[in-house]
Write a protein that binds this ligand. Sequence first.
Ligand SMILES: [Zn+2]
Ligand SMILES: [Zn+2]
Length: 272
Amino acid sequence: MEVLTSKRFEFSAAHRYWNAEWSPERNVEVFGKCTNAYGHGHNYVLEVTTAGEVDLATGMVINVTELKRTVGRVLEGFDHKHLNEDMAYFRDRQPTTENIVQVLWSLIAPELPSGVRLHRLRLYETADIFADFYGGMTASFGRSYQFSAAHRLDSSQLSPDENVALYGKCNNEKGHGHDYRFEVTVDGPVDPATGMVINLVELDAAVQPLLDELDHTHLDRQHAFFQERPSTAEHVVVYLWQRLAAVLGRRLRWIKLWETPNNIFEYGVREP
Ligand SMILES: [Zn+2]
Ligand SMILES: [Zn+2]
């Protein structure tokens, strides 16, 4: 019986994006403010997920103290460093979230005890921007976004009494609302020139029309999709998927939607 266990770690580092084979103009066009010659920095958060059989003697997949020691040793090389200037790994590749997470994988995976495998590394560059790596030929990049909207749960296929019985307070005729938050994960090969699966600017541009459309609106009263079906979070996550898949195509991998901090819905082609 294989169990997944996750632990979070933190490190702080500076970095800069610059492709020496491009003109300064091209660099600024692709990397924006990240081209600043002196660098800038982040509080990175690394989530390490390991998989393995539960040890009968200890009841654990991996001893947390041992994992802390192993990952801590690796992160000593990153913490309070300038990734471009202090670390050989980033002489020939951009210190993007996608590339950092792959380097971390190559350093952590071989150090795990036998019988334990590295399942996933998620590296947060900021609270809402992250990269995932599973050890394959592709990496994932994601960002979370928010919109605030009103809605009412009401099914045209049910009687008024049945709607009240099923949806309770959520059936309130005039509606109620939420701050919806959703995480978009895009998957693909890392472009050697940019170190990216997708440029954040491109991802933001793909999502922005959807935010413009939904933010500060009433889902049922203003959007055809929710006039035809109840505006449950299940339907909201499918709608987000359909709209984003139309722009991002097969690169779109997964959407995770928080209707409230406690109600979470996920939809995608492959589970992360
Ligand atoms: Zn940065
Ligand atoms: Zn609601």
